[in-house]
Design a binder for this molecule. Structure first.
Ligand code: SF4
Length: 235
């Protein structure tokens, strides 16, 4: 297995990204496009649910509390009720209200803008100190709201990375993110993140992965094993 610390690891990730872009295109999503505090709430709501239910919960919450200060003054039961469709409503309502209360107390307002000037590790350390915010949630915010070179790893990316032997089979979401992040080539964080998720949903599925249709088959030990094909590095 290629070590995550191997000197050719960045080149391997660049090759994976190039192959995925050749199949799926280069997804464009502008960093800084989402307001950080709203994105924080959205990412808390995204835990252990589908994108569709996350979006339903977020729409319901913003209909009920259109402004952040209004939301921050809400009772936990009111927030819980508004986000019930997304699951784990009690825990998520608590995380959202505690995070808003801490921001108000520590920063004097509902803003995360001060993180723009912090280094990636410092900004991540602050975000993960908030309740309900793990490495994955923090990395989504850092990548999409602040344009920092963080690399969020979800269950799809973790599965693909394990099968490609990019991370050890025992790596969890947080460890995989921290192993991959420093080696993702500059400018590839967003396309690689989004295209790996798409690959995991459409082709490298949890069961019955479609090895023969996969653009990464030539560089994937698991796919080669599954199809009985010889591995090639041809580009
Ligand atoms: S070749 Fe198979 S195991 Fe490898 S990434 Fe593609 S679908 Fe997944």
């Amino acid at each position: 297995m290629t070590s995550a610390r191997g000197k050719d690891f960045g080149a391997r990730l660049a090759d994976v990204s190039r192959r995925l872009c050749a199949r799926f295109g280069r997804p464009f999503r502008c960093a800084h496009e989402e307001e950080p505090v709203r994105n924080l709430i959205l990412t808390i709501l995204s835990q252990n649910t589908t994108d569709a239910n996350r979006d339903r919960a977020f729409r319901s919450l913003t209909r009920r509390f259109p402004e952040i200060p209004l939301l921050a003054r809400a009772k936990p039961e009111q927030v819980e009720e508004a986000i019930r469709v997304g699951g784990l409503a009690k825990a998520k309502a608590g995380s959202i209200l505690t995070a808003l209360s801490r921001l108000k107390q520590e920063r004097g307002g509902y803003t995360l803008d001060f993180l723009r000037d912090r280094s990636l590790p410092e900004a991540r350390a602050y975000l993960t100190s908030l309740p309900g915010v793990g490495i994955k949630t923090a990395n989504v915010l850092l990548l999409f709201s602040f344009g920092k070179e963080a690399f969020p790893v979800d269950t799809h990316i973790l599965r693909v990375a394990r099968r490609l032997r990019l991370v050890p089979a025992t790596a969890d979401l947080s460890r995989a993110a921290l192993l991959l992040e420093p080696h993702v080539p500059k400018g590839e964080h967003i396309p690689l993140h989004l295209n790996l998720i798409r690959l995991g949903r459409e082709i490298c599925r949890p069961s019955n992965p479609l090895h023969a249709e996969c653009p990464l088959l030539p560089v994937c030990p698991e796919g080669v094993r599954g199809t009985g094909k010889r591995r090639t590095h041809a580009r």
